[in-house]
Design a protein around this ligand. Sequence first.
Ligand SMILES: C[S@@+](CC[C@H](N)C(=O)[O-])C[C@H]1O[C@@H](n2cnc3c(N)ncnc32)[C@H](O)[C@@H]1O
Length: 263
Amino acid sequence: MATASTTWRSVAASYDKYIRAGGEGPGNYEKRVASWGYDPPFLARCGIEEAADFLSEACGGGCPLRLDEPRPGETVLDLGCGSGHDLVIASRLVGPKGRVYGVDLSPEMVDAARRKLDAYSAQGELLQGAIDDDTLDLPPADVCVSNGVFNLCFDKSKAFATAFRALKPGGRFLLADVCEVPRQANVVAGCVSPDEYARLMSRAGFVDVRVVAITDFWTSDHTRCFEFTARKPPIARRRRWVLELVATIFLLATTVTRFRFRF
Ligand SMILES: C[S@@+](CC[C@H](N)C(=O)[O-])C[C@H]1O[C@@H](n2cnc3c(N)ncnc32)[C@H](O)[C@@H]1O
């Protein structure tokens, strides 16, 4: 029976192999990736001219950074960064005052991401680990992005909890992932419906959960890549409740004290 650690081992091995073979190669851009949202004007705006080479190892399915672009000075965290093209783009968007972090399960993907950041003189820090491991220690981020990763996670609830935990209050979650097309009988291993993703995100604490696009990437007749946006509430509801209680007690206490001194 599959467990978290056997799943992590086999997924990491298959992406180590993918990257060792050079990804999909230079045809990847024309054949697949251009239509996901990485069009030449967008790439040029990020200072990237050589799309075919830059995106030869991309294997996500969408372009989540474009759903709500990171702004100068923000911190971006890419969950399952693969060979790092979204890290380079994020680093161009946040500029010198921003920060970029990437985490991936596959050691060889992490090495490839490091090479890509160096090749494009982009700043970014990398970490090897599983996003559905609740002991993973991540930096606080304004934007959490993920492209084609959650369907591979053994425990999707934990992966959504990781995204929620890593985000600062009010932070944005931008997700592209392969989901089962609704009302299809066949279940494809690892993929669940977009409704189930929305439910898991809400359960993790996210608000304003929306499916904003469906790209033309699929892994079978029964799947499509869906793009979602969601937000961590500005102040966690429970914290706001505690703050309101403290404020009320304080107000009552000062009113009572004033009243006692008057008489
Ligand atoms: C389909 S590729 C997408 C990579 C990259 N986001 C992109 O757009 O090209 C999936 C990536 O997720 C990583 N991955 C799979 N399961 C993971 C997990 N549980 N934790 C962290 N990374 C994971 C894989 O090693 C692989 O690099």
